[in-house]
Design a protein. Structure first.
Length: 556
């Protein structure tokens, strides 16, 4: 026995020595390895291109046979994202359907499903593979939907955010008639094992209105089920406050109500022979019942322009003023604060939101740096009482900018939006036509469609870069103050029929061409450009006199 061991040990030593130099094992150099890899890649590429060219030739010749299936399978096995080959494969299968019996077709498609599974193992998120699987399943004479659901379960257990698989699952569920409550239980399992499963939360939001509908025409969830959902989602974000999935779902639960389509403002001018109508939400003037009634009542002719989805302007027939006995400038406000920016809350809904606000406030005490919690508190306060919670909301926005500086601009824009909404509400309560938002750090402008009747706007000392095109809706605007901003152009100040005074001190208007929109304002008489780079332009006084001949009071 020992002799055998000695002989084996000696032979092994001699083998190592034979492959070594000075007692060291020879190892291929990096250059040699790279060269061998390069040659191997070239060899594989040559084979790949040869097969590809053969496939294209067969397709060009209209050959739809088993050999073409084998060739496409050879390439798709290594590259399942070659969409053209899947298209060719479907052409072949459709042809084979016509020449085979039903049983042979069944076996053909079952084999195709097995092949697709092998492709999905290589790339579980292959769009082409999942799309082809949906097509094959729809062509099967006797599809096995239970097996397909099981496949989806396996794939989602490996990657619960595989949206291709989620899409396919919805197809299978619809085709096989899986009960909605069974699918809801499926989301329960996935969410229970992983609160961060965003796809499951989203899928849940599509199932709840079907299983627990609220009475009414709009798809919504009944209040009883909503309370259970609040409890579920609170468990999620109290467990992991920094995971965004549950917070997004929570936002959906809180924001279910649809704003009612209402006319928020109507302005008509005899002098301009026009009418402008502002709606509470974007509408299609051809399909909206409200707007259709207006068209009939006012005998609208030729739509002049669609300034915004909220606002429409039309020319009027001259006899409108005679037959309707309307004054020369006529306006009407109808929307209340509830209708403008938030849905009317029932007593039950108010108590629920108050309870949710209290829960989020408790979480914030435990997690003071949690941006999702802070943002949700802001939205709850906006829904309950935007004016009453204004100071708290501004403080929370400052917290958001500190804990999440990368999204500071987004928070600034959102804060600007809420500040403008609050100012409009205060203006409505006071029944004034002056809109003042100076020194509020505004970074953007919105809701201009609600200011059709405003005569004076003050936007001084903010962070505005531009005056947006929606400004052209403001038919009643007479005075605009926008000093001490960072405004670079005036693209929105077109065709304002009553604009008389514009103050733009200390902005960043650089070129004369940036002032061209003002030439379309026929009543403009006063313009203040002090502190703008454009004032250093040579012969600026003469240039502006030619560009804006109506301006008699020019400050440079």
């Amino acid at each position: 026995m020992f002799e055998h061991l000695f002989v084996f040990s000696l032979s092994l030593s001699l083998s190592l020595i034979a492959h070594s130099q000075h007692g060291r094992v020879k190892v291929k150099s990096t250059a040699q390895q790279e060269e061998e890899k390069r040659k191997e890649r070239e060899k594989k590429l040559k084979v790949y291109l040869t097969v590809r060219d053969a496939i294209f030739k067969k397709r060009g010749n209209g050959e739809l046979d088993d050999e073409a299936l084998q060739l496409t399978q050879q390439l798709l096995s290594s590259n399942p994202d070659f969409a053209t080959l899947w298209n060719y494969r479907r052409e072949i299968l459709l042809h084979l359907e016509t020449i085979k019996e039903e049983e042979e077709t069944q076996k053909l498609y079952e084999a195709e499903l097995l092949f697709i599974e092998s492709c999905l193992k290589m790339n579980p998120k292959s769009y082409g593979s999942w799309h082809h699987r949906g097509w094959v399943s729809s062509r099967l004479p006797r599809p096995d939907w239970t097996r397909e659901l099981s496949l989806c379960d396996r794939c989602l257990s490996l990657d619960d955010r595989n949206f291709h698989c989620w899409d396919y699952r919805r197809l299978v569920v619809k085709a096989s008639g899986v009960p909605v409550d069974q699918e809801l239980q499926f989301t329960d399992r996935l969410i229970g094992s992983n609160f961060s499963n965003y796809s499951s939360w989203h899928y849940r939001s599509t199932l709840l209105p079907l299983l627990h509908p609220e009475s009414g025409s709009e798809p919504a969830v009944c209040e009883e089920q909503l309370l259970k959902e609040y409890e579920l989602v609170q468990n999620a974000f109290f467990t992991d406050p920094n995971d965004q999935s549950a917070w997004f779902y929570y936002r959906w639960l809180l924001g279910r109500a649809e704003r009612e389509e209402l006319i928020s403002c109507v302005y008509a001018s005899r002098e301009g022979e026009r009418v402008a109508v502002a709606f509470s939400k974007p509408v299609n003037v051809r399909h909206s019942c409200t707007s259709t009634l207006l068209v009939i009542m006012y005998e609208w002719r030729i739509p002049v322009s669609c300034v915004d989805q909220h606002v429409y302007k039309c020319s009027l027939l001259k006899y409108f003023w005679i037959h309707m006995n309307v004054p020369s400038n006529w306006c009407r406000d109808s929307a209340t604060d509830q209708e403008l920016f938030r849905s009317e809350l029932s007593v039950e809904k108010t108590s629920v939101l108050q309870s949710e606000l209290q829960s989020c406030t408790q979480l914030l005490e435990l997690e003071p740096q949690n941006k999702w919690c802070v943002l949700t508190i802001i939205l709850l306060m906006r829904a309950l009482d935007p004016l009453g919670h204004e100071k708290e909301t501004l403080a929370h926005f400052q917290t958001l900018k500190e804990v999440d500086p990368m999204r500071s601009s987004y928070y600034s824009d959102l804060c600007s939006k809420f500040m403008i909404e609050n100012t409009i509400l205060k203006m409505e309560y006071a029944e004034v036509r002056v809109f003042s938002l100076s020194d509020k750090n505004l970074s953007t402008l919105c809701h201009l469609d609600q200011l059709l009747l405003v005569t004076h706007i003050n936007l001084s000392s903010n962070q505005l870069v531009t005056l947006p095109p929606q400004f052209s809706m403001l038919h009643c605007l007479e005075v605009l103050e926008a000093d001490d901003n960072v405004i670079e152009n005036l693209e929105g100040l077109y065709h304002l029929p009553k604009l008389e005074e514009v103050s733009l001190k200390n902005n960043r208007i650089l070129y004369l061409s940036d002032l061209e929109p003002l030439a379309s304002c026929p009543k403009l008489t006063r313009l203040d450009l002090r502190g703008n780079p454009v004032t250093k332009t040579a012969n600026i006084q003469a240039e502006l006199s030619q560009l804006l001949p109506s301006v008699t009071d020019l400050l440079l």
